[in-house]
Design a protein around this ligand. Structure first.
Ligand SMILES: C[S@@+](CC[C@H](N)C(=O)[O-])C[C@H]1O[C@@H](n2cnc3c(N)ncnc32)[C@H](O)[C@@H]1O
Length: 395
């Protein structure tokens, strides 16, 4: 079992709070352990590292490690080699004392001068929704965190993406209905890192009354997710095999998530969300091929005659059309930058929220029609939602 002091170290390293640590009173006096080891953060060209300075009797050696290895090394040194650590963090001065059985006593005092100076700076740093140092079981199971709460070096990007997604969700929670069980659907959930994250945040951390359904075409991925959900005891997180367009099991949903569902699969998901009256829609489109074959305008020849430019423009036009159509129906829409761990251009998130007082917009419909005509396009979402356009504003 992970002890409190180990969790603290993981949290300080992960949260960039460690200012200095001095490990002393080696267990072995045979010269194999440096009598003292100092650890301090150093900013290098490729990011933040922790320098381990081993003070032997007649030499000093160094080692620079990034998180989470730095946390693992510090924990291992204290487990096997030292009896005492004096640690300065931005939050406290901490003394760890280990008895002969290896049991730790932890003494914490308010931070001293130097430490306090950096508190202000530290406080400016945004607290992540899933903080390092506090192992979330689903992140451990998905191989993102160690059981001590340290993020694996290779999974830092995924970890950031998950946190970014949860921040974006947190910002719009107020739009979800209260006093009822919330139904959330994740279309094209894939391996479901973000679906598990959503469940963890809402059902476990915030104790909200929710159920989540993840849907994907791939049976093997759904089997993996179902097994993991069961193992974690997430009894209201269910996974189903199926095509978004054919999914008919619900009549309403409060939130629809669709992240990286290809091409018009995103439109199918958006159309379902609208028809179910979803209050919140989070969508990261990808592979927007549909309009590439349609878009045409002589004025735009310099843009459309280059394949790469045309591809990017078509993708943007697809999402502009989607966003505007949602606005026509009374949604408030924001286009946000989403972190993609693969650093692909698939980093646009459409966030749409619906509040009761918002009305369909004739002005947006006029804008949309001009846009569609100017580009000679015929986006799927408009057709999928045929009949949704109020008679007074349809052509
Ligand atoms: C790139 S993965 C994204 C997975 C996850 N949403 C994420 O962002 O990490 C896209 C997933 O969408 C699924 N998908 C694509 N078209 C679909 C459709 N029409 N119905 C259901 N799932 C679909 C694929 O099987 C794949 O697992």
């Amino acid at each position: 079992m992970t002890e409190q002091w180990q969790q603290d170290i993981a949290g300080w390293i992960g949260g960039k709070e460690l200012l200095q640590a001095s490990l002393s009173q080696p267990k072995r006096k045979d010269g194999t352990t440096a009598p003292k080891t100092i650890i301090r953060p150093i900013e290098m060209k490729n990011g933040l590292f922790y320098q381990f300075e081993y003070h032997f009797a007649n030499k000093v050696t160094h080692d620079n490690l990034a998180a989470p290895e730095a946390g693992e090394r510090m924990i291992a040194l204290l487990q096997d080699h030292y009896r005492q650590a004096l640690i300065k963090t931005s939050e406290a001065d901490v003394q760890l004392l280990f008895n002969k059985k290896g049991k730790a006593a932890i003494l914490k005092k308010p931070p001293t001068g130097d430490a306090q100076k950096s508190v202000q700076q530290h406080n400016r740093q945004k607290q992540r929704v899933l903080a390092e140092g506090k192992a979330a079981p689903f992140l451990v199971e998905l191989g993102i965190m160690t059981p001590e709460g340290l993020v694996h070096a290779k999974k830092q990007d995924k970890y950031k993406q998950i946190n970014r997604f949860l921040e974006m969700v947190t910002d719009v929670l107020a739009y979800l209905p209260k006093d009822k069980e919330l139904t959330i659907v994740d279309f094209g959930c894939g391996k479901s890192y973000l679906t598990f994250a959503l469940y963890h945040l809402l059902a476990i951390e915030q104790q909200r009354n929710i159920r989540i359904i993840g849907l994907d075409l791939k049976a093997d991925v759904i089997a993996f997710c179902s097994e993991l959900s069961e193992k974690l005891g997430y009894d209201k997180l269910k996974f189903l095999v199926g095509d978004i367009a054919d999914y008919e099991e619900l009549h309403e949903a409060d939130m629809v998530v669709t992240l990286h569902a290809c091409d018009t699969a995103t439109d199918a998901a958006l159309a379902k969300a609208v028809n179910w009256g979803a209050s919140v829609i989070m969508s990261v489109p990808c592979c927007q091929h549909e309009l590439f074959k349609q878009v045409s305008n002589d004025v735009l020849a310099p843009l459309l005659s280059q394949g790469l430019l045309k591809e990017r423009f078509s993708a943007l036009a697809t999402d502009a059309a989607r966003g505007t159509l949602l606005e026509v129906l009374g949604y408030k829409v924001q286009m946000l930058e989403f972190v993609d761990p693969e650093h692909t251009p698939k980093n646009l998130l459409i966030r749409a929220v619906r509040s009761e007082e918002q009305k369909p917009s004739l002005k947006k419909w006029e804008q949309y029609k001009q846009f569609r005509q100017f580009l000679s396009i015929s986006p799927s979402l408009e057709h999928m939602l045929e009949g949704r356009w109020p008679a007074s504003i349809s052509e």
